[in-house]
Design a protein around this ligand. Structure first.
Ligand SMILES: N=c1c2ncn([C@@H]3O[C@H](COP(=O)(O)OP(=O)(O)OP(=O)(O)O)[C@@H](O)[C@H]3O)c2ncn1[C@@H]1O[C@H](COP(=O)(O)O)[C@@H](O)[C@H]1O
Length: 107
């Protein structure tokens, strides 16, 4: 497994903007528009919650993959991508890392 999976998938999602909706799930979803993409995110989020409530590990992973995937489609539709989200998480992690360091210094 590579750690650039999100970025590579985002490249495919970008290519699908000019693909045939008859042969591509993503192109078909783009064609339906933002509301349809958001509806899928809502459905996948609900399915993720149900899988977690049932405590079924394999199903949780599968539903989270569906959820992340449809979030990536939404980001691409909005002209964004995973790099910006990962940078934001990195920034927050950096901040919490600094707070942790300050706590250790104070203590
Ligand atoms: N990772 C995914 C991926 N995850 C989930 N899905 C699709 O998302 C849908 C999940 O919705 P549901 O579980 O509700 O199933 P469904 O009832 O068939 O969904 P609907 O058709 O009703 O929306 C299914 O149709 C899955 O096939 C995905 N479709 C595509 N990808 C990736 O996207 C790339 C481009 O896909 P295409 O555009 O189809 O070539 C592929 O190479 C894959 O890497």
């Amino acid at each position: 497994m590579k750690n650039d999976t999100l970025e590579r998938l985002a490249e495919v999602l970008e290519e699908r903007k000019s693909a045939d909706p008859q042969s591509s799930y993503v192109a078909k979803l783009y064609g339906k528009g933002l509301d349809a993409i958001l509806k899928k995110i809502g459905e996948e989020a609900t399915e993720t919650v149900m899988a977690a409530k049932d405590g079924e590990g394999e199903r949780i992973v599968s539903e989270v993959a569906d959820l992340w995937f449809h979030c990536l489609v939404m980001l691409a539709h909005e002209g964004l991508g995973p790099t910006a989200v990962l940078a934001e998480l990195d920034r927050r992690f950096g901040l919490s890392g600094l707070e942790e360091k300050a706590r250790r210094t104070e203590g």
